[in-house]
Design a protein around this ligand. Structure first.
Ligand SMILES: Nc1ncnc2c1ncn2[C@@H]1O[C@H](COP(=O)(O)OP(=O)(O)OP(=O)(O)O)[C@@H](O)[C@H]1O
Length: 125
């Protein structure tokens, strides 16, 4: 892939390598990707409106971005401070907290969007 001057998009290649590396090395990240695929399948089944799709995509993006940043922080700490240290624990726990907050928000969005859709679907029969 090239930019508008015909040069290869080296930055994109590095970023794509990072995406693959993170997904291959982090089980939690794979679980979140799997959950995102299930949510997208649910959205297709329930034929969500554009506005609901937008909110769902933002919620998925929030969780995945938090998970990728958490993975990067974990790897950085493992690199610079591989031994046990209270500061390393604090940094990793805070990064994990960001994922927890994003996940709770995404779960709330999922409930608010999919529960009414589910009842509408049931009443359709
Ligand atoms: N160097 C360290 N010093 C002190 N505590 C640590 C250290 N590394 C990890 N911990 C503690 O262990 C927890 C788990 O850290 P770890 O790096 O194993 O992430 P993880 O739970 O395996 O995440 P993932 O499953 O996404 O890889 C941290 O949140 C922290 O509380």
């Amino acid at each position: 892939m090239n930019d508008k001057n015909g040069k290869p998009l080296i930055g994109f290649a590095h970023a794509w390598y990072g995406v693959k590396k993170a997904i291959n090395s982090e089980r939690n990240l794979r679980l979140h990707v799997l959950a995102s695929i299930c949510v997208i399948a649910g959205g297709i089944i329930f034929r969500l409106s554009i506005i609901k799709w937008t909110v769902i995509i933002l919620a998925i993006g929030l969780v995945l971005v938090a998970e990728f940043l958490n993975t990067a922080i974990e790897k950085m700490i493992n690199y610079v401070k591989p031994d046990i240290h209270p500061r390393a624990k604090e940094i990793k726990d805070i990064a994990a907290g960001a994922v927890l907050i994003a996940s709770v928000i995404a779960a709330a969005v999922g409930v608010l969007i999919f529960i009414p859709e589910f009842f509408r679907w049931i009443n359709g029969f």
